[in-house]
Design a protein around this ligand. Structure first.
Ligand code: NAG
Ligand code: NAG
Ligand code: NAG
Ligand code: NAG
Ligand code: NAG
Length: 426
């Protein structure tokens, strides 16, 4: 009896020792291949938000996602309490890693932009603890910590225009201090990230989209890896600004119902001399905005085809210019049965196809509106692809290779961006 108790005690002690040893070892050497954050959509502003754990003690803060944004910026004026916060010193390598840094009283300052209201101000570059969940592509896993995550400190007034409760913005742009660049450097994984936005604004049903840092797999229930079978195109920098961190793609023509729409293609290409053109992808623009003549040509082509399908126009509902009765509109796996709109990229065989679920917006039981807006006659960027057109499409940005990989509508694959399993596996 006594010896068996002795043995059991000994073996459990041994087990305890072994587990604590392996724990100590893995916390030291654990290198995640990818990280994951949830993305929700705010019903009143149509902004996409994520939540980040920052500071000591750690708190969760909601920030608006900005695909082209330069950095993480948060309000430090009100309620910023952290024992681990530090300023970034002037003339340090961290200071020089920010775009256009300058020095004020020995601290490194940068320009911070609220890209929703287009308000900019000067802020301090700081660093603090950020912790985030790793992922194997299927579920969130162990939490990993970055002790000195760079971000910019904004005054409270800069929050104006952001969704209620948001404390800043999370920039995913082409800078060395954006979230994807820092995480890739901190954990030595590939400089890639992917967004998958969900259109659901319901707070009852937890239908969140997802942001991955690092390479795939990216698995959506029923555990399908959507990082395969992607379409590739080149990413461009904003041609008109050397400091912009936004993402542009090369749209060469537009088709409606597989027919080329006649339009002034000089507006699609980039006209460096005149300072206009190009196509940008944005998460802070709710609906795709097109230069006036492009908007007119595309919408006229669309109206012509749907009219032949006996779909009737009804009074427009703001902010949209073109709406239809949903009577006579069939339904498909990829949304209302309407002609596809294709953004043709480097050649005829590579295009971004926009189906009914992404081209139309249901504004009431019986009215569907075309989810594109008229951007006026002289916008700097001819086409800004907005959130509604990105939803339920996976977009992977490869910063090292300057390539965009996109899935087209996941509805075709019988899944959605809200199907990542956020139940932790640990
Ligand atoms: C910040 O910390 C101070 C001192 O610990 C405390 O008095 C104050 O209530 C805290 N403020 C917030 C917003 O947590
Ligand atoms: C195309 O658009 C550009 C910029 O607005 C304009 O200068 C040019 O004249 C247009 N070309 C045609 C054929 O309309
Ligand atoms: C449209 O309506 C007309 C008259 O009701 C009908 O003859 C025609 O077949 C319809 N066309 C389609 C495509 O449904
Ligand atoms: C179109 O572009 C893709 C990717 O850049 C390339 O693989 C393909 O060969 C091109 N097709 C044609 C017909 O040029
Ligand atoms: C989600 O992941 C959890 C944890 O691995 C698992 O228990 C659960 O069955 C998964 N849910 C579905 C619907 O597969």
């Amino acid at each position: 009896m006594a010896s068996s108790l002795h043995f059991r005690l000994l073996s459990s002690l041994l087990l305890l020792l072994l587990t604590s040893l392996s724990d100590a070892k893995s916390t030291h050497t654990f290198r995640p291949n990818a990280l994951v954050l949830p993305i929700s959509k705010d019903a009143s502003t149509l902004q996409y938000l994520t939540s980040i754990n920052q500071r000591t003690p750690l708190i969760s803060i909601n920030v608006v996602l900005d695909l082209g944004g330069q950095s993480l910026w948060v309000d430090c004026q009100k309620g910023y309490n952290s024992s681990s916060y530090r300023h970034v010193r002037c003339h340090s390598s961290q200071c020089y890693s920010a775009p256009k840094p300058s020095c004020k009283k020995k601290t490194c300052t940068v320009i911070i932009d609220n890209t929703i209201t287009h308000t900019a101000t000067t802020g301090i570059l700081g660093k603090d603890v950020v912790s985030i969940q790793s992922t194997d592509g299927s579920n969130p896993g162990r939490v990993v910590t970055v002790p000195h995550f760079l971000f910019t400190c904004a005054p409270t007034f800069l929050l104006k225009g952001l969704a209620s409760g948001a404390k800043g913005m999370a920039g995913l742009g082409r800078t060395r201090i954006s979230l994807p660049s820092q995480f890739a450097a901190d954990f030595s994984f590939q400089k890639k990230f992917a967004i998958c936005l969900s259109g659901s604004t319901s707070t009852l049903y937890n239908a969140k989209g997802v942001l991955f840092f690092g390479d795939g797999p990216y698995k959506f229930l029923p555990y399908m890896d959507v990082s395969t079978n992607l379409i590739y195109t080149k990413l461009y920098k904003n041609p008109f600004s050397t400091t912009s961190s936004e993402y542009f793609i090369g749209v060469k023509s537009i088709k409606v119902n597989e027919q080329v729409v006649l339009l002034n293609t000089s507006l699609l290409s980039i006209n460096k001399k005149n300072g206009y053109g190009g196509t940008k992808i944005s998460t802070v623009t709710p609906y795709t905005v097109m230069e006036s003549s492009i908007y007119k040509a595309v919408t006229q082509a669309f109206i012509k085809v749907v009219t032949s399908m006996n779909i009737t126009r009804v009074d427009a509902v703001s902010p949209f210019g073109i709406c239809f009765s949903s009577k006579n509109v069939g339904s498909t796996r990829v949304g209302p049965a309407v002609p596809a709109i294709d953004l043709v990229l480097q050649n005829e065989t590579v295009y971004w196809r926009i189906f009914g679920a992404n081209s139309l917006v249901q504004v009431s039981n019986d009215v569907l509106c075309l989810g594109f807006l008229d951007g006026g006659s002289k916008p700097k960027t001819s086409i800004v692809i907005g959130g509604h057109q990105l939803e339920d499409n996976l977009l992977q940005f490869d910063l090292a290779k300057s390539k965009l990989a996109f899935s087209s509508s996941l509805l075709f694959r019988q899944t959605t961006c809200a199907n990542f399993n956020f139940t932790s596996s640990v």
